[in-house]
Design a protein around this ligand. Structure first.
Ligand code: CMC
Length: 371
C-alpha cells in the first residue's frame, strides 16, 4: 500500500450508481432525473421537484393534486415534537434543534416497517411536510414569538414563509425562496447524502439516516457555509472594506466560505440561477449595497485565488434579505435537501451493499505487554 493508494476524502472515487441526479463539471450541468436544474427552477414548484426526485418523473396534474393534498395534511407540528423542541434552550444552534426534532418524529412513528418502498415514501413525505414547521417555529421562538399554525390554502413556499413571518411576502420573494429550495434539493454523493447512504447500508432506519445527514450538513465545509457567508458579510460590513478583509483572511489561511467546490472547479452550475434570484431580491428590498459587497468580494477572490463561488454564496445574502436569521440558513438547506437524502436512502435500500471501506494502518508495529 502506497500513499497514492489512499484516496483521502474519497476524492475522485466513484462508489456506486445513482439515477437521482447527475453532476457534470465539464459541461457545468446538474440534472435531476435528467432535467437541468435551471429549467426546473424556472418552471416548477418545489412540490413538483420533490415528486420528480422521489418518483423519477414529473407528476401529472392529478398526481400533483394528490401529492399536495398529502403534504398540506401533514404540516402541523405534533404536540410531542413541539414539547421536545421547547425543552431545548433557545441558545442552541438550530441545526441541533432540527436534528433532535427529527429524532423525536422518528421515535414516535407508529409504522415500524423499515423495509418497504411505500413505508419509506410515507416517512419521507412526513419529514418533508413537517420540516418547515420545525424550522419556522425554531426561528420564531428564538425571537420570543409564538408558533404560527400552517395554512392549507397555501403552497409549500408560501406556507413556509407564512409560518416563519406570519405574512405571505410579495410574489418575487416567494419565487426566490422556491428557487433556493429547488437548487438545494439534491446534489449526488455529497457528504451528507453519503452519510445517509452509509447509515442506510447497515439496514438502519430512514430517520437515523436523516439525523446523520443533518449532522454532516451542519459543518461549514458543507451546508454550514451559507450561514458562514453571512457572518463574513457582517464582519466585512461594506464593499469598500472587502479587499482588505480578504487579503487579511487569506494571509491568516482562512477558508473563504461560499467559495470553492470539491467537484466543480470552474464554477458551481447552480450559482447563476441563485444569483439572479438574489438580484431580484436586492432590487425588491432596495439593497444595492448587498450586491456591491457580493460582487466586490467575488471579484477579489477571483483575482487572488481564481476560486469561484458555490451555491451558498448567493443563497446566504438572499435568505438575509428575505428576513431569515443567519442561524436559520442551514436549517433551510435541510428542509430542501430532505428530498434528495430520502431519494438516496430509498435507492441505497433498493440495491444495498454494506458501505465499509478499508484503511491503511500507520500506528506502532505489533508489540506485547511486558511479562
Ligand atoms: N477559501 C480559500 N482557499 C480555498 C477555498 C476557500 N473557500 N477553497 C479552496 N481553497 C484552496 C485551498 O486552501 C487549497 O489550497 P492549497 O492547495 O494552496 O492548500 C486548494 O484551494 C484546494 O482546496 P481543498 O480544500 O483541498 O479542496 P477541496 O476539494 O477539498 O475543498 C471545499 C472543497 C468546498 C471543502 C473548499 O473549497 C472549502 O473549504 N470551501 C469553503 C466552504 C464552503 O463554501 N463549502 C460549501 C461547499 S458547496 C455547498 C455544499 O455542497 O454544501
Amino acid at each position: 500500500m502506497t500513499d497514492t493508494d489512499i484516496k483521502k476524502g474519497l476524492a475522485g472515487v466513484v462508489v456506486d450508481y445513482t439515477a437521482v441526479s447527475k453532476v457534470n463539471p465539464e459541461t457545468n450541468s446538474l440534472l435531476y432525473r435528467g432535467y437541468p436544474v435551471q429549467e426546473l427552477a424556472a418552471n416548477c414548484s418545489f412540490e413538483q421537484v420533490a415528486y420528480l426526485l422521489w418518483y423519477g418523473e414529473l407528476p401529472t396534474d392529478a398526481e400533483l393534486a394528490e401529492f399536495e393534498r398529502v403534504e398540506r395534511g401533514q404540516r402541523a407540528l405534533g404536540d410531542n415534537v413541539k414539547a421536545v423542541i421547547d425543552l431545548i434552550p433557545t441558545t442552541a444552534h438550530p441545526m441541533d434543534v432540527i436534528r433532535t426534532a427529527v429524532s423525536a418524529i422518528g421515535a414516535s412513528d407508529p409504522d415500524a416497517d423499515l423495509a418497504t418502498v411505500a413505508s419509506s415514501l410515507n416517512k419521507a413525505a412526513r419529514l418533508y411536510a413537517q420540516l418547515p414547521a420545525i424550522v419556522a417555529y425554531d426561528q420564531r421562538r428564538r425571537r420570543g414569538e409564538d408558533l404560527v399554525p400552517p395554512r392549507k390554502d397555501l403552497g409549500y413556499s408560501e406556507n413556509f414563509l407564512w409560518m416563519t413571518f406570519e405574512e405571505v411576502p410579495d410574489q418575487v420573494v416567494v419565487d426566490a425562496f422556491t428557487v433556493s429550495m429547488i437548487l438545494y434539493a439534491e446534489h449526488s454523493f455529497n457528504a451528507s447524502t453519503f452519510t445517509a447512504r452509509v447509515i442506510t447500508s447497515t439496514l438502519s432506519d430512514l430517520y437515523s439516516a436523516v439525523v446523520g445527514g443533518i449532522g454532516a450538513l451542519k459543518g461549514p465545509l458543507h451546508g454550514g457555509a451559507n450561514e458562514a457567508v453571512m457572518h463574513a458579510f457582517d464582519e466585512i460590513g461594506t464593499a469598500d472594506r472587502a479587499e482588505a478583509w480578504l487579503d487579511d483572511a487569506l494571509a491568516n489561511k482562512r477558508k473563504i466560505m461560499g467559495f470553492g467546490h470539491r467537484v466543480y472547479k470552474n464554477g458551481d452550475s447552480r450559482v447563476p440561477t441563485m444569483k439572479a434570484a438574489l438580484d431580484t431580491l436586492a432590487e425588491h428590498y432596495n439593497r444595492p449595497d448587498m450586491l456591491e459587497l457580493y460582487e466586490t468580494l467575488e471579484q477579489a477572490m477571483g483575482s487572488r485565488k481564481n476560486i469561484k463561488p458555490n451555491l451558498d454564496y448567493p443563497s446566504g445574502p438572499a435568505y438575509n434579505l428575505m428576513g431569515f436569521d443567519t442561524l436559520t440558513f442551514t436549517p433551510l438547506f435541510v428542509a430542501s435537501r430532505i428530498v434528495g437524502w430520502t431519494a438516496h436512502i430509498m435507492e441505497q435500500a433498493a440495491s444495498n451493499a454494506l458501505i465499509r471501506p478499508l484503511s491503511a494502518y500507520n500506528g506502532p508495529d505489533e508489540r506485547h505487554l511486558p511479562g
